[in-house]
Write a protein that binds this ligand. Structure first.
Ligand SMILES: C[S@@+](CC[C@H](N)C(=O)[O-])C[C@H]1O[C@@H](n2cnc3c(N)ncnc32)[C@H](O)[C@@H]1O
Length: 236
């Protein structure tokens, strides 16, 4: 039997997003957030991000790291920010480019890149938004991704981040997805249901401090669960 460490370290192809985006594109959908039946509740995150008054004024450089179909990146560009969106799914990026063209926006650019090996300038962004990407990463990849966020941010830059937290409350879902309560991993190795304590320790290890926290969006697909929302600041 594999040890817990082996299970967490073993990098499998757990990237299931590209086929999911292909299916969305075939159905004529514009992205993850706009897909039928999915809560398109970016407004809530938008308000949570802007209400505390931490975010810089428009024209600041913003990265949407794991941008999917670019819905948030496009909202940020509309608000006047200079935005780059990246995602490792080529189909998501194709959708994002089409969505930006439809919105006639030029100050947003999209690139297909792995957040674990970003090809972007270090210390370049004042803010990184990365919504619901952390729970898609497992094992050491989580710290690699958080360290990359830190590297890409300017001094005292902000990381606006959301994640699923804890095992789903509904036992049926735990069974259906074959989630191992010991590792927090599902049988597809496509999600990590980490505890709040683990996530906060990861933020600290990556050199971030929490400056704002809220409970975010309730999930349609996981009754009783909510995503958590944090604004983190890069420590000196
Ligand atoms: C749950 S979706 C969220 C998409 C978007 N941020 C949103 O909130 O609508 C997770 C996204 O993370 C992207 N992703 C996961 N792992 C990634 C990686 N290693 N590099 C880049 N993008 C990644 C997926 O392709 C997918 O678009």
């Amino acid at each position: 039997m594999k040890s817990l460490k082996q299970m967490l370290d073993q990098r499998k192809t757990y990237y299931d997003h590209e086929p999911a985006y292909r299916k969305l594109a075939e159905k004529g959908e514009q992205g993850w957030r706009s897909k039928s039946g999915q809560t398109a509740n970016f407004r809530l995150y938008w308000n949570l991000a802007f209400a505390p008054g931490f975010l810089p004024k428009p024209e600041a450089r913003v990265l949407d790291f794991g941008c999917g179909g670019g819905e948030l990146a496009i909202m940020l560009a509309r608000a006047g920010y200079e935005v780059i969106g990246t995602d490792y799914s080529a189909t998501a990026i194709k959708l994002a480019i089409q969505n930006a063209q439809r919105a006639k926006l030029k100050q947003v650019k999209f690139y297909c890149q792995d957040a674990l090996k970003p090809q972007l300038r270090s210390s370049f962004f004042e803010v990184i938004f990365s919504l619901n990407v952390l729970h898609c990463l497992i094992g050491q990849d989580r710290m690699t991704y958080l360290n990359n966020c830190r590297k890409l941010l300017k001094k005292c830059g902000l990381l606006v981040i959301t994640s699923m937290v804890d095992l789903p409350k509904d036992k049926k879902i735990i069974k259906e997805f074959g989630i191992n309560p010991r590792t927090g991993l599902d049988k597809y190795r496509s999600r990590c249901y980490a505890s709040e304590k683990q996530i906060l320790a990861e933020f600290r290890r990556a050199g971030f401090k929490v400056i704002f926290f809220a409970r975010g969006e309730a999930r349609d697909s996981y009754p009783g669960d909510e995503d958590y929302f944090w604004i983190l600041q890069k420590r000196l």
